[in-house]
Design a binder for this molecule. Sequence first.
Ligand SMILES: [Zn+2]
Length: 272
Amino acid sequence: MRPSPLLPLILTVIALVAPVRAEDSLQRYDWKLDDTYSGAHMADFNRLRYEIPILMRQSQIDIAVATGLDFQEGWRHPILVRFVDGSPMGVENVLAYVELLTDGKRQAQRLNINLGAYAKEKFNFDKVFRHELFHAMLNDALEQDAQNLPRWLHEGFAVYAAGQGDQMINSYLSQIEAGDEEGFINGLEGPHGPQDYVEDYLALKYIRDRHGINSLQGFTRALVAKKGDVAGAIEASCFEDWPSFERNARAYSISELKRIKRTLRGAQSGPY
Ligand SMILES: [Zn+2]
């Protein structure tokens, strides 16, 4: 999958699809599937309407294990999965995209599945769905604070949660000459383009590989508890201040890229 450099989330302020009582913080919602569609892709719709509930259940479990975002008790805000026949300009993935609907106090989300693109890209669907679902889960858990999170964290965590990292590294490494890894890992913050997804992902992989899965899950919990304070959550879960984390994640990412590049080169020049 080649992600576009465009917005990861569509932030639209429109009427809520369902009311949320803000004072009732313990209320939880089941996700809902809008089981209606009347477009040109009925065969795909009839297949996906049965597959989506299975994919949703499995994806939520996988994301909980990989990231610590646990939705066993339900969603804090309503979420509707629905089928559409196109995608607006600027969405990250044409195959599926999240709309966050908020009036500043309450929120609801839609996870749209674009049947118009599905026919051509179904091989990619499960991972794209999981990537977009992770965006929706983080938006749900962090509420308003999700909108202040840096782009690298939204995307790196979504790539990590969806299991897209290795595939992206392999495709980007084919474009990097040996020795260019240092320039490629150019800092988590600042302007964000398609090539930054790999660096973003590697920062999350750094936490898991160097500090362990418990620290990564602890990072997620701290991020929610600290209302999106990324540096505070890193410090609480990895015991590294922000400058140390940036430095260590960068060194790890460069060495990871070099290691994988060597592995790929070895595979290409093998005896067969
Ligand atoms: Zn994304």
